[in-house]
Design a binder for this molecule. Structure first.
Ligand code: FMN
Length: 160
């Protein structure tokens, strides 16, 4: 059975990681898009994001036509934003029943790794099996991801 890769990306780095994981695992991709995108200005976006995270806002998402219930394993990816996942990911988690599923978090970051994300995922996905996942800096290479995934050209590792 195919896995699902759900992700949000602001400037494209997490999108690239999601696409790399999709290539390695032959999974389906689902990009989360807020109905109101964050500002193109980085500094303004940081202010918008800070306000949303502080208030626990779940921004409205664009509709998507993938049925998450059809998948047993769901990768969830986000940039590290102020040590946690981006608000669109919170919107997805609050709106979607992931109970009984394996959740594999992944993130890209500027040096802070997952930050508090894994604890947050465990809190939001209490009835799922949350795996350790994959956190990489924006400068990562495809072969690094392959190595971290334990891919040796023959098969899949425990995660993927
Ligand atoms: C609003 C905002 C907050 C961020 N906060 C953090 C942080 O707390 N720790 C960190 O390591 N990187 C932080 N970053 C850097 C991003 O995690 C990093 O650039 C990421 O790879 C961007 O992914 P994207 O291109 O998919 O949006 C932040 C970036 C933005 C825009």
């Amino acid at each position: 059975m195919k896995s699902l890769i759900v992700y949000y990306s602001y400037s494209g780095i997490t999108r690239r990681l999601a696409e790399d994981i999709a290539l390695i695992t032959d999974a389906e991709l689902l990009e989360l898009k807020p109905q109101e995108p964050y500002s193109f200005s980085y500094n303004t976006a940081v202010k918008e994001v800070r306000a949303q995270i502080e208030k626990g806002v779940c921004p409205a998402l664009m509709q998507f036509d993938i049925n998450v219930a059809d998948f047993e394993t769901v990768f969830i990816g986000s940039p590290n934003w102020l040590k946690t996942f981006a608000p669109p990911v919170l919107s997805f988690l609050r709106a979607t029943d992931l109970s009984g599923k394996t959740v594999i978090p992944f993130c890209t970051h500027g040096g802070g790794g997952f930050g508090n994300m894994i604890e947050e995922y465990k809190k939001e996905c209490g009835a799922s099996r949350v795996m350790p996942g994959l956190a990489v800096k924006g400068t990562y290479t495809f072969s690094e991801v392959q190595k971290m995934a334990g891919v040796n050209g023959v098969g899949r590792c425990e995660y993927f």
